[in-house]
Design a protein around this ligand. Structure first.
Ligand code: NAG
Ligand code: NAG
Ligand code: NAG
Ligand code: NAG
Ligand code: NAG
Ligand code: NAG
Ligand code: NAG
Length: 574
């Protein structure tokens, strides 16, 4: 009833459910790094210093066009609760928002209560959702014996002693925190009860098995969600808490919950989808990295195998959060030198089962091999309409259209064909064919002479990937990137030539495409789709591209020798 009144009052549905999130796409921002207030020095952010660079809830609110123009229908922001406020630590300051102090307070570094409400209201005015990152597993301290009075949970852990032989109050005594112990990563109980961090920046672990702690957390999240009209939660370190805690927690929240279950363990990750709506799709991420990165093992069979395991193991794969980057993994640019590998991998995250998530700066080719370098400021890019930005806009436009007008979001991905270098999938009525061969023009299957005399391989030949669909030969579909109609061969075969490099195609039946706004007959319409031809999206220096390409060329050559079968061959485009 309360919700209904609010709904009538604001004229907008918040407290969104899993079903409402399924068709959304999410732009993840680190609040401190997305946008600066007007007049601030754009060159002042020092990533290495690990300190605040000046982004706030208000600067996000003022710069939502960039996100909405790319077609996103939701944003995920950094944790909003109060963080550690003491002197800079060995790991800098909590600019990222994960070092919780008193969770009952807001983080005033990011703005006031009114600022956060204004961000929420502005998102809702635009028809977008707000997802807030929350940390319940732990708080943060600068020792293993902190002053407990600064936290929302004040019941001290140090009234019990862990290894002291003169201990009067053993640790089996219920307290609101688990006693300190370093994590043994091979022991799940230890992963869940011991403390993340180290002894200089420790993350004291809440005793979430204690009913009082669980009940206080339930009221806390219910209040937070209602106060700020939050539509969904991203739950930090979800696997570091025993799974049963999350069912009542997410019920109290009353909104979509997506948990972080780090790692490629499908059994563990899928067990968390029994207690919350969704988890981040780390298993798919790991498979995508090994399948698409250049240089890399480059075997897409594994991606298909993992997609199959995901479908068999998860309660609902269409709700998983698909991503290529976040604040805890390397930027794609730092693991793969070729922009075409990003395009193909991104297309998989949008066109297969799940909710696509783009980490701010992914569309700008930001680099950074890990924390803190993968958290650079976005403003230094000038928010340009890069090829990756335009690709994102095209993918969102198609996906939003399919979500609104067909049962695409609920449908399940089917792998039509896979080889080590190509994967063709169908979801709903849309066929997507992706490859990991990279930007340079791929001109042919390597023949025997070619593999023994590399020089000969510089001669152009043709390369292609095909897939079998159930489409009849009269069927008319269009590739949304080239806007070319596609012929269907005998047995429903569709074929892609890589004479312009390894670009993906998305084939949409013409009767569905009409009305999407993509590939309109006029040239004006055409310019609204991304061009996937090879281009210098990334400001990489040419020698490094060439040298890495030469390395992969050499590895490719070794691979050919080992397998003794013809393989695709490529070289950097001049
Ligand atoms: C950035 O911060 C690091 C670490 O605090 C420091 O060593 C470096 O000099 C700073 N760079 C600039 C340009 O201020
Ligand atoms: C696993 O970790 C827990 C918590 O630290 C500990 O009590 C238990 O003995 C460990 N189990 C094994 C098999 O090491
Ligand atoms: C497939 O990928 C998974 C996860 O990255 C890895 O553990 C496994 O070894 C890979 N399998 C093959 C056959 O490459
Ligand atoms: C790719 O991986 C599959 C198993 O996932 C394996 O059967 C196949 O031989 C691999 N192909 C190459 C070229 O390594
Ligand atoms: C992206 O699209 C815009 C028009 O929507 C265009 O002006 C811009 O040149 C495109 N960027 C690239 C890199 O193609
Ligand atoms: C999808 O539907 C929503 C709600 O009716 C509307 O706001 C949005 O513009 C639609 N998007 C597309 C791409 O059709
Ligand atoms: C490669 O294929 C394209 C398109 O099918 C064709 O036009 C071209 O002549 C072919 N080139 C070679 C060298 O076979």
């Amino acid at each position: 009833m309360f919700r209904l009144i609010l709904l009538l009052f604001f004229g907008y549905t918040f407290a969104a459910t899993a079903d409402q999130w399924r068709g959304r796409s999410i732009y993840q921002v680190i609040t401190d790094r997305y946008a600066l207030p007007a007049g601030a020095d754009v060159n002042a952010c020092n990533i290495t210093a690990q300190t605040w660079c000046g982004g706030t809830w208000r600067t996000i609110t003022d710069n939502l066009d960039y996100i909405q123009d790319a077609g996103f229908t939701a944003i995920w922001i950094s944790p909003v609760n109060q963080n550690y406020q003491g002197p800079s630590t060995a790991y800098g300051d909590p600019y990222h928002g994960y070092w919780i102090a008193d969770a009952s307070q807001l983080n005033l570094r990011f703005g006031t209560s009114d600022d956060l409400k204004a961000l929420s209201a502005e998102l809702h005015r635009r028809g977008m959702y707000l997802m807030v990152d929350i940390v319940a597993n732990n708080v943060m301290a600068t020792s293993i014996t902190p002053d407990w009075s600064v936290y929302m949970f004040k019941d001290p852990v140090n009234s019990c002693c862990f290894s002291d032989p003169k201990c009067l109050m053993p640790c089996s005594f219920k307290t609101q925190y688990h006693p300190y112990c370093p994590i043994d990563w091979n022991n799940l109980t230890s992963v869940q009860n011991c403390w993340l961090g180290d002894t200089s920046v420790s993350l004291p672990d809440l005793n979430t098995q204690d009913p009082t702690v669980a009940s206080i957390y339930g009221s806390w999240i219910s209040n937070l969600v209602q106060e700020y009209a939050i539509d969904g939660l991203r739950i930090d370190a979800a696997k570091h808490v025993q799974a049963p805690f999350w069912t009542p927690f997410c019920e109290s929240a009353g909104v979509f919950c997506m948990g972080e279950v780090f790692g490629s363990d499908i059994a563990l990750a899928s067990s968390y989808q029994q207690v919350m709506d969704s988890v981040l799709n780390y298993p798919l991420y790991d498979a995508i990295v090994q399948g698409f990165s250049i240089p890399g093992p480059g075997n897409l069979s594994n991606v298909s195998a993992v997609m199959g395991q995901i479908q068999n193991s998860f309660k609902d794969p269409t709700l998983l959060g698909n991503f290529l980057e976040n604040q805890d993994v390397p930027r794609w640019h730092s693991i793969s030198v070729d922009p075409q590998s990003l395009f193909n991998a991104m297309i998989l995250t949008f066109m297969s089962d799940g909710i696509p998530i783009i980490y701010y700066g992914q569309e700008q080719g930001l680099d950074g091999s890990g924390d803190p370098y993968n958290r650079g400021p976005l403003w230094t890019t000038g928010y340009q309409r890069t090829a990756a930005y335009n690709l994102t806009a095209t993918l969102n436009r198609l996906r939003n259209y399919l979500v609104n007008n067909t049962n695409w979001a609920q449908s399940r991905t089917q792998v039509l064909r896979v080889s080590s270098q190509g994967i063709a999938i169908m979801k709903g009525d849309v066929v997507t064919i992706m490859t990991n061969i990279g930007s340079p023009v791929r001109t042919g299957r390597m023949n025997w002479i070619c593999s023994s005399l590399m020089v000969w391989c510089l001669q152009p030949q043709n390369a292609s990937m095909f897939a079998y669909t159930h489409w009849p030969s009269s069927f008319s579909s269009t590739d949304i990137f080239s806007c070319k109609q596609w012929a269907v061969g005998s047995g429903g075969t569709v074929e892609v030539q890589y004479t312009k490099g390894g670009t993906a195609v998305i084939l949409v039946p013409d009767d569905i495409l009409q009305g999407s706004g993509l590939c309109l007959a006029s040239s004006q319409g055409k310019s609204s789709t991304a061009s996937l031809s090879n281009g210098g999206v990334w400001r990489v220096n040419v020698p490094s591209v060439i040298s890495v390409s030469l390395v992969s060329l050499f590895l490719n050559f070794l691979g050919v020798m080992k397998q003794g079968i013809p393989s695709l061959y490529y070289l950097p485009e001049a």
